[in-house]
Write a protein that binds this ligand. Structure first.
Ligand code: ATP
Ligand code: MG
Length: 358
């Protein structure tokens, strides 16, 4: 009988794929709940599980040593009372809802932009009276890559903004005039050991992450971000990898959101850190000692819409190409490229090329 640990993932997209690839080095088996053509099929068996059926999710859970998620957008009712779930349902419930998330962060001493709950046009008018414009109306749930968000430049845009959200429960959030965006990724294992990665500098365009540069060296912000991260991890008794996105304004950190999983801004760790976020996520869940997060300066560029032809990337010896095997589609993350940060000319060239392809 095999003694290899088995990790089940609810989802089979690119995050599951990279977790499954990391599992291969660790002598861990990964099974993914998804459909046959999903990205993770390149590296792991795919099993059909109805993610809305508590019975099917329970049966999948019972067949593995640890069950995890690849997206926070799962029905948390199916996660209730699963003993071998990492992270726990409570963390997912908070991170999947922008209102719960901001309430939780504030309650724990982590600054956020001013925000207000909005369930009607009337609420939106009231929120605009206190928060003002520019501001952003965001659906509480199911947003990613800037979807489910409307920017208001004037308070008289309330009706059109509200119509745009289709009446979904929202929050109105003040626009932060930030200097830059950073994220912190950390892993916490079942014994409470925590490993922090260095801060990553993230550059977005049209609400989508384009470029991540790590490490962002700023000892003051690093220790402040780690303090916030430790608070969040310990309050939730969190197990797995957690990412927190921050805005930096006037040398202080304002939390934007958190992700209860491996994160796009940590993809550079595959080549740039001694232990990737994917390996540390598996180690954390399986109660293994966390690996070193010692890092080399690294840049990750997202491929949005389509991958560049292989013949174009092949001549760059220090370029690492990650193709998720997805069909091209406008606005879709289909892969990423990673470079040592010293390759400045190649990075500039590829930033421009990827811009044209997206
Ligand atoms: P992702 O899935 O990429 O994390 P998302 O859809 O969850 O995105 P957010 O992270 O809330 O959405 O927003 C995406 C980007 O939009 C942010 O990284 C930031 O660049 C910008 N943004 C969001 N909220 C604000 C704000 N309050 N002030 C200024 N910019 C903002
Ligand atoms: Mg975000």
């Amino acid at each position: 009988m095999s003694t290899r640990p088995r990790v089940g993932i609810l989802g089979a997209g690119q995050l599951a794929l990279m977790l499954a690839q990391a599992a291969q080095h660790l002598d861990v088996d990964v099974l993914c709940a998804g459909r046959p053509g999903d990205c993770a099929a390149q590296a792991a068996p795919i099993i059909a599980v109805d993610l809305e059926s508590p019975e099917e999710v329970r049966a999948f859970h019972d067949a593995v040593d640890v069950l995890t998620i690849e997206s926070e957008n799962v029905e948390t009712s199916v996660l209730a009372d699963l003993p071998h779930l990492a992270p726990q349902a409570q963390a997912v419930r908070i991170a999947q809802d922008r209102l719960f998330e901001k309430d939780f962060l504030r309650f724990n001493g982590v600054a956020t932009a001013p925000y207000a709950e909005v369930n009607s046009l009337r609420d939106l008018h009231a929120a605009l009276a206190s928060i003002g414009a520019p501001s952003i109306l965001k659906t509480r749930r199911l947003g990613y890559d800037g979807r489910g968000q409307v920017r208001l430049t004037h308070t008289d845009e309330a009706s059109s903004a509200w119509a745009h959200t289709g009446g979904a429960p929202c929050i109105l959030e003040a626009m932060v005039n930030f200097d830059l965006e950073l994220s912190l990724i950390a892993a916490r294992n079942t014994q409470g050991q925590i490993a922090f990665y260095p801060l990553t500098h993230n550059i977005h365009r049209a609400g989508i992450l384009r470029t991540s540069i790590a490490p962002y060296v700023d000892p003051v912000l690093q220790s402040l971000a780690e303090k916030h991260m430790r608070t969040v991890l310990e309050k939730l008794n969190y197990v797995g990898v957690l990412a927190i996105e921050f805005f930096v304004s006037e040398r202080t950190l304002i939390a934007n959101e958190m992700a209860p999983r491996v994160h796009n801004s940590g993809h550079w760790t595959i080549e740039g850190a001694a232990t990737s976020q994917f390996e540390n996520a598996l180690r954390a869940m399986l109660g293994m000692t966390l690996g070193s997060t010692r890092s080399q300066p690294t840049v990750m560029l997202n491929c949005i819409g389509t991958m560049p032809p292989e013949s174009d990337t092949a001549p760059f010896a220090n370029l690492h190409r990650h193709d998720y095997g997805k069909q091209p589609r406008a606005g879709r993350k289909v892969g990423h490229l990673t470079f040592p940060a010293t390759e400045t000319a190649a990075i500039a060239l590829w930033q421009e090329r990827l811009e044209i392809l997206s």
